[in-house]
Design a protein around this ligand. Structure first.
Ligand code: PXP
Length: 250
């Protein structure tokens, strides 16, 4: 079975918020997460991921509902384990929910969920969501106690945090791959679907081939960065072409 790609489009909203933080709904607010979702669909994305944070620093609720209504791709909502996010997820009805830790200061999700330490609230969130027909994934560090605790919550999937692997110096990369492989083996043996994400890019991707049982990778930053680089030349050209229509006085 080929690996599935979940495209995380949060950074499209990050860029929009840099200019339109107070008016993300303005008629001229750009770039548009909805258009980015259609672009991801056209590129062959298997699903879309977006993270509505409690401070709404990038994706807004309206983005999530609009994308859910209009884009024919499975939607994965990344969410903190809070009552507010649970209410939002039950209303939005995404296909999947990925439970992540969330702190206000972090720039992106920095570590995995502490499932073992916060077992009861996590298990309750998993139960509520899955009873509503939303398949739940837990974003965890690739450590065996976390895998074991994740399985006990009743979640159907885990997403292994690949950030340590992605940020490791070359000398430590193989050890991080071994860690991911062991966690993937354990997750698969426990009957969980094993996904992975965070910090995966065009150059480190194939190192993950040594990790067995992977079903889906969630990738955001690197794809959005690539899109900016590859799209800047035509964007400048289009502006120049428009400017060339300036009526010159003869
Ligand atoms: N998976 C999870 C749970 C995440 O929080 C993120 C980052 O928002 C990603 C995947 C994507 O990571 P990146 O943007 O580094 O590709």
């Amino acid at each position: 079975m080929p690996l599935l790609l979940g495209v995380n489009i949060d950074h499209i909203a990050t860029l929009r918020q840099a200019r339109y933080a107070r008016a993300p709904e303005a008629f001229n607010a750009e770039p548009s997460p909805l258009l980015a979702a259609f672009d991801a669909l056209a590129g062959g994305a298997d699903s879309l991921t977006l993270h509505v944070r409690s401070d709404r620093r990038h994706m807004q609720d309206a983005d999530a509902f609009r994308i859910r209504a209009k884009v024919p791709l499975p939607l994965n909502l990344e969410m903190g384990v809070t009552a507010e996010m649970l209410t939002l997820a039950l209303k939005l009805q995404p296909d999947f929910a990925c439970l992540v830790p969330e702190s206000r200061e972090e720039i992106t999700t920095e570590g995995g969920l502490e499932v073992a330490l916060r077992f009861e609230p996590t298990r309750m969130a998993v139960t509520r969501l899955q009873e509503a027909g939303i398949r739940v994934s837990l974003f965890i560090d690739p450590d065996l106690p976390q895998v074991e605790a994740a399985a006990r919550t009743g979640a159907r999937m885990i997403e292994l945090h690949t950030g340590c692997f992605a940020n490791a110096p070359e000398a430590a990369r193989d050890a991080e791959i071994q860690r991911l492989a062991a966690a993937a083996q354990a997750g698969h043996a426990a009957g969980l679907q094993v996904n992975a994400g965070h910090g995966i890019n065009y150059s480190n991707l194939t190192r993950l081939w040594a990790v067995p049982h992977l079903v889906e990778l969630n990738i955001g930053h690197s794809i959005v960065a690539r899109a900016l680089h590859s799209g800047l030349t035509p964007a400048v050209r289009a502006m120049k072409e428009l400017m060339a229509t300036y009526p010159t006085l003869t």
